[in-house]
Ligand binder design. Structure first.
Ligand code: ZN
Length: 495
């Protein structure tokens, strides 16, 4: 086969896999938003069919030799083609080393274990979930053996979600966090709750404001939509079709507000991917951590700043005059920056949030070092919450059973949430050197901000690794001190 023929085959493979991803993502998005209850079976069948087509297209001897040959001829490929080969080889390695029968048995196991987890959480009975958790962990340990090339066993899992991340780097990040933030949080003063949150906010008005705000801060409504789902998320089909969701609760304006701002950060990332990539497996965000950096930059660094609300608080007040006319902008600012240790990760403020992640990181590391049995996990959880956040869950539902991740086998995933926030602080600092971010926020002018993000981060899609993006955008390797400084400021003298 000539080089050109190989290149054509590469494009065909990329196009086929991207089309299958597109269909799968659309069905998944539909399932979380509009699909009727009884469509489950049909959608599950379709998804299964699509995933077996994906498997057949990628995992076969022809594809393997095509990718190996192209890898050897890397110097004759364009940057774009090289990136495609690298990403496809990574995808191939993730699946191909696992015996097919074990892979499909595991899919069945995680489907069952998430159902059991839900029941266990409802009944507050860890013992129901424990045997499944044990099996999921046993599979993960085998998975590591199939794929590990030396190093710490947990590295393989970390690397699946954040390419290049290993235990040494994650350790030094979390150790610094523990040293600097834990003592601050334990001395934090309790603030009076702000009363406006107890008054109902009309759902339609919340939606109207969310739509207005997301467009204001840069979401292109001709290339994406906003819908509702229980847990807000963003699903990209292509840069011209980004599906975003949020949720509205009458008693809680802030939840919708910050969910919308967070998801808009994810969505703008996807909308700004280089159009030259077309529909391709590289035309999406590069990693979980970099994606979270974009959503958290919008949600926290921008959305919880005084400057942001200089621009938007009068408008928010005009939407909700009865509830907000007597709340000053300063009062509102305090309400959205209230720092308070709490038990539930997804409801945590931005300062205590990374400590929730640290607990999970340390426990996952213990599990894969063989230092914690599943029977011991609830107690380890309690003691770590006591040690770091100064509070202890009364039961396992608000302790070890609160997150769905482990039931789905998502180990190695949590650290990227905290890393994302840390990347955001470093990026924000770099952005400040080149543009007057505060002025842009104060004036509600997101054009310079989004141009900077597109140029330095978004456009690359998966053609650069998380480390390369960070270095390109900030001129530095990862440095957690920007984040520690940001958190220390918020915690020590937030107002
Ligand atoms: Zn997110």
């Amino acid at each position: 086969m000539t080089l050109n023929q190989r290149k054509n085959k590469l494009e065909l493979l990329d196009s086929r896999l991207s089309s299958l991803n597109y269909a799968q993502a659309l069905i998944a998005w539909d399932g979380m938003t509009l699909a009727p209850k009884r469509s489950i079976e049909g959608r599950a069948n379709a998804l299964e069919g699509i995933s077996s087509l994906y498997f057949e297209a990628l995992i076969n001897p022809q594809t393997q030799s095509l990718l190996c040959e192209l890898k050897e001829q890397g110097h004759l490929l364009s940057d774009l083609e090289r990136a495609k080969v690298d990403v496809l080889m990574e995808e191939y390695d993730k699946i191909a080393k696992i015996p097919a029968s074990e892979y499909s048995a595991y899919q069945g196991l995680t489907a069952k274990s998430s159902l059991i987890w839900e029941e266990a959480r409802e009944k507050d009975e860890y013992s129901l979930f424990e045997p499944y958790l044990e099996k999921v962990i046993a599979y993960q340990k085998k998975y590591i053996q199939y794929r590990n090339q030396g190093g710490h066993p947990y590295d393989t899992l970390l690397n699946d979600f954040e390419k290049g991340l290993n235990v040494d780097q994650a350790d030094s990040f979390f150790i610094e966090l523990r040293k600097q933030i834990v003592p601050l949080i334990q001395n934090i003063e309790k603030l009076e709750p702000v009363e406006f949150q107890n008054e109902p906010f009309d759902i339609h008005k919340q939606e109207e404001f969310s739509r207005w705000l997301m467009a204001e801060i840069g979401f292109d409504t001709e290339r994406g939509v906003l819908a509702q789902s229980a847990h807000p998320f963003t699903q990209n089909l292509s840069r011209n079709d980004v599906r975003m969701t949020t949720h509205y609760q009458e008693q809680d304006l802030l939840s919708a507000l910050f969910s919308t701002i967070h998801e808009t950060g994810h969505a703008i990332y996807e909308q700004n991917i280089d159009p030259a990539f077309g529909l391709s497996i590289i035309a999406t965000g590069t990693s979980m951590g970099i994606h979270e950096s974009q959503s958290r930059l919008f949600e926290n660094n921008f959305g919880r700043s005084r400057a942001f609300w200089d621009a938007y608080y009068p408008k928010l007040q005009s939407f909700f005059p009865n509830q907000l006319s007597r709340i000053s902008q300063e009062g509102f600012y305090k309400a959205i920056n209230n720092v308070q240790p709490s038990l539930i990760r997804i409801e945590a403020d931005e300062v205590t949030y990374p400590l929730h992640i640290m607990v999970r990181y340390e426990m996952e590391k213990m599990i894969f070092e063989g230092k914690a049995k599943t029977s011991e996990l609830p107690e380890i959880w309690r003691s770590k919450y006591k040690e770091y956040l100064g509070i202890m869950p009364k039961n396992d539902s608000e302790g070890i059973l609160q997150d769905v991740h482990w039931s789905e086998g998502l180990f190695g995933y949590f650290p990227s949430y905290a890393l994302g926030s840390a990347y955001a602080a470093q990026m924000h600092h770099a952005m400040d050197k080149q543009i007057d971010t505060q002025k842009c926020l104060r004036e509600g002018d997101f054009v310079p901000i989004n141009n900077w993000l597109a140029l330095n981060i978004h456009r690359f899609g998966r053609t650069k690794s998380p480390g390369e993006i960070l270095k390109y955008a900030t001129g530095m390797d990862f440095d957690s001190s920007w984040y520690i400084r940001y958190l220390t400021d918020k915690c020590a003298k937030p107002f």
